[in-house]
Every structure is written in structure tokens, then in C-alpha cells.
Design a protein around this ligand. Structure first.
Ligand code: SAH
Length: 412
């Protein structure tokens, strides 16, 4: 006690591309490391009398070179830039480490970490739009401690708490990410979405995007609210496209945070095209669409064995004449509150039963989410009586019967 623990300490990032690494040992510990080495571009030779299944697969696929015998001395290390030993036999590992030492080749002893000249850090790779950032955590002789730190970093990245803005963006070219924010609850934003928010200089925000996430961004991040409410379009689409392009052209990282999925009735395609037309790199990050998740929030699965085998997502009225009419095909209507009476009339005129179940789910995932159930015949009046408002998802079909609200209204 009281002295520094021995073992490797100096962190390095090695470019292993095309360089030979010799791995001694054919077991799972070796296999795990060999996979990582290959991923980083190393050329790997494995010296071992037998191979576990994973390594066997790699050998069969020609991805590693297998020397099928026990370690036979320093000549086995010929040409190696790095040695990894996990022979499963301490005396062999010690011999390999000593031979590597004598040849001045760095060596990792997997079975006795910290004993040899090098060791592998626990790592997290974060892909920012400017490139990859590798974060390595290392506690000599204590892999569990390294992993604890690594996991903490991973959580900080996933929660957006780790600010990646200055990590890569300085001086780099601008970029735009169309991030699907999910149906409004910040728990339903993807990890990739959070990573990009943590890298953004500017966030262009939709009305239905998860706003709580944005409130937690540092004050240095510029937030532009282009949120539309029905009948009130404060920022027209062409101007939104222009905003994305202008900021990216200034070298900034722009996240366009949208409700649900960017490509589901979200004009994400138009925004992508506008950026690409100006040569701006665009990444589209899928989101949890309200079309599927808001019904789910009301306990309604959009498909269910024996009840419905498919679903259609629509807005507006043009498609109604060509939609399937059976209760076993679910219709999900977005932006449908204003035109609901006309929609239900058209659905009936085009073949849906008047008693086909309908649910309106307002403010899905919000604390004041509200569900109204009825039939094609009754739902428009019910919506008026209950002053139903946008945003809401309307679900039409037999699956509505599977939710608790229908069951409560229709006790068996
Ligand atoms: N791209 C979005 C849809 C945008 S259109 C997506 O994939 O979800 C906007 C419509 O989505 C709203 O009019 C409403 O019908 C629906 N919507 C989005 N979020 C909702 C929510 N939390 N609750 C109810 N409806 C929602």
C-alpha cells in the first residue's frame, strides 16, 4: 500500500492497419481481443494448438493466419508490432512476455493484466459527425475499475450529458442531422440522436419534438424554434430548409430535431434534398414514429395475430377510396383531428362498417394523454363533445378493441 500500482500507464492510440499482431492462445479470451484487433485493421497471426469456435470461424474465413501448434519460442514473434498472449497457461504467457520484452515488442498478457509491458484499455467509440472519438479508460491491474469508468462514460454519452461539441467540430465543415425525436417523451429518443444533440451547435426544433431534452442543452447551443401549430405556420418549410443550409455553410453542426420519425409525414426527405443540393453532409436518424407508438401508449397494438395483419398510415382524404376496408386492416390517421367528420364519412362511403371501432389518442405519452373510443358512426360527435384537440393519432380498426379504454367502455 501507499505506492503506485505497477503496470502500464501511458495511453497511446496505435494505428494497427496492416500491421502484424501475434496472438498466442486459441480460447475465448484470445478470440475477443483478436476480433477487436481485426476491427482496427490489424493482420493477426494466432499461435495455438486448438481454436475455439469463434477463432475457428475466423480462420476458415481466411481472416486470421493460424499456426497450429504450441508456442515455440521467439521466432513465433517474427515481424510482430504487438503481441497478445492468453495461452491459458501462466508459464507460457510469462515466456511469451519475456521473449517479447527481449525483442522490444510491446506485449499484452491477458491472463495477468498489468504484468507485461502493455495492456488494453476499456473503450467507448463515439461517432461524431466530425469523425470518431475513442475514449479509453485504464486502471492498472484492475479491469473491473476500467470497465466501471467506461460504462459511466457510455451513460454520459447516451444521456447527452457528455458535451461532444468541441470534440470535433472546431474548424470542420458544417453538417446537418435530421433526428427523429420520437413521440415527445425524451426516453424515446435514440442514443444516436442524443450523441448528435451533444455535438450540435444549433438545434432547429419542431413543435412535437421532445422539448425536455433541448431544455437541458448548454446555453451556448442556439435553439431555433420553428414549431408549427395547425393553421399557424410561423416558419414556412422553404425557410426551414434555408436555415439548415445557412448554418451548416457557416461550419456549424445542425440538428433538425423532429417529432416521431423524420421520414413519416415529417418532410425529412425535402430537408435532406435541400441540404444535399448544397453539398452539405446529412445524416438521418430514425425516430419512434407516433403512428405506431401513440396507439401503443393507449394499449393498442397496430397489428395483432388473429385481429389485424397490417396497417396503413395516412393523412388527408385523397387516399381513402383506395384503402382496405376490413376491420382486420388498421388505419392510422395523423393530423386528422380537424377533418375527422369528413374522414369518417368518407371511410363509411368507401366500405368501412359504421360500427368499426375508432380510438383517438391525444397527447400520446404526455401526463395528460387522453383516449376517446367510439365507432366510425359516433366518433366525430364524441370528439366534439370532448373537445378533442391536436396532436392526436386516430386509430381505426378491430385492434381498438384490444386497448383498455374500449374494454372499459364495453364491459363483456
Ligand atoms: N413525423 C411524425 C409525424 C408528424 S405529423 C411522426 O413520425 O410521428 C404530426 C402528427 O403526428 C400530429 O398531428 C399527430 O397526428 C401525430 N403526433 C405526433 N406526436 C404525437 C403525440 N405525442 N400524441 C399524439 N399524436 C402525435
Amino acid at each position: 500500500m501507499g505506492h503506485l500500482s505497477p503496470g502500464p500507464a501511458f495511453p497511446l492510440a496505435l494505428d494497427l492497419t496492416g500491421r502484424l499482431v501475434v496472438a498466442v492462445g486459441g480460447g475465448p479470451v484470445s478470440a475477443r481481443q483478436v476480433r477487436d484487433l481485426l476491427e482496427d485493421g490489424a493482420v493477426v497471426r494466432v499461435v495455438a494448438p486448438w481454436l475455439c469456435e469463434d477463432l475457428r470461424d475466423l480462420a476458415r474465413a481466411g481472416r486470421i493466419d493460424w499456426v497450429e501448434r504450441d508456442y515455440a519460442g521467439p521466432a513465433d514473434l517474427d515481424g510482430a508490432w504487438l503481441v497478445h498472449t492468453a495461452a491459458g497457461e501462466p508459464s507460457i504467457d510469462r515466456e511469451v512476455a519475456a521473449d517479447a520484452e527481449a525483442r522490444r515488442v510491446w506485449c499484452v498478457d491477458a491472463t495477468d493484466p498489468g504484468a507485461a509491458s502493455a495492456d488494453v484499455a476499456a473503450r467507448v467509440d463515439v461517432t461524431t459527425p466530425g469523425g470518431r472519438v475513442t475514449i479509453a479508460a485504464y486502471a492498472a491491474g484492475d479491469p473491473a475499475a476500467s470497465e466501471t469508468v467506461r460504462d459511466g462514460v457510455q451513460r454520459a454519452v447516451a444521456s447527452g450529458a457528455l458535451d461532444l461539441r468541441s470534440a470535433r467540430s472546431a474548424g470542420g465543415p458544417g453538417w446537418v442531422a435530421l433526428v427523429g425525436g420520437g413521440p415527445g417523451s425524451d426516453g424515446l429518443l435514440t442514443t444516436r440522436g442524443r450523441e448528435l444533440l451533444a455535438s450540435a451547435d444549433v438545434v432547429v426544433l419542431d413543435r412535437l419534438a421532445p422539448r425536455a431534452v433541448v431544455d437541458r442543452l448548454p446555453a451556448s447551443v442556439q435553439v431555433i424554434d420553428v414549431g408549427k401549430t395547425p393553421g399557424n405556420h410561423p416558419v414556412p418549410q422553404w425557410r426551414i430548409n434555408e436555415l439548415l443550409v445557412e448554418h451548416a455553410q457557416r461550419g456549424l453542426g445542425v440538428v433538425r430535431l423532429k417529432g416521431g420519425d423524420p421520414y413519416v409525414l415529417g418532410r425529412g426527405g425535402e430537408e435532406r434534398d435541400a441540404c444535399q443540393a448544397h453539398g452539405i453532409p446529412v445524416e438521418a436518424v430514425p425516430g419512434v414514429t407516433s403512428a405506431v407508438s401513440v396507439p401503443a401508449a393507449a394499449g393498442i397494438p397496430v397489428t395483432h395475430r388473429g385481429v389485424a395483419r397490417g396497417f396503413t398510415v395516412v393523412t388527408g382524404h385523397e387516399e381513402i377510396p383506395v384503402l382496405p376496408t376490413g376491420g382486420d386492416h388498421t388505419l392510422v390517421l395523423l393530423m386528422a383531428v380537424g377533418g375527422l367528420r369528413w374522414t369518417t364519412t368518407l371511410l363509411r362511403e368507401h366500405g368501412r362498417d359504421a360500427d368499426c371501432p375508432v380510438a383517438i389518442v391525444e397527447r400520446g405519452f404526455a401526463p395528460d394523454q387522453r383516449v376517446t373510443v367510439g365507432t366510425l358512426e359516433t366518433i366525430a360527435d364524441l370528439a366534439v363533445a370532448r373537445a378533442v384537440e391536436s396532436p392526436a393519432v386516430v386509430v381505426v380498426g378491430d385492434v381498438v378493441r384490444l386497448g383498455p379504454d374500449w374494454r372499459a367502455a364495453h364491459p363483456a
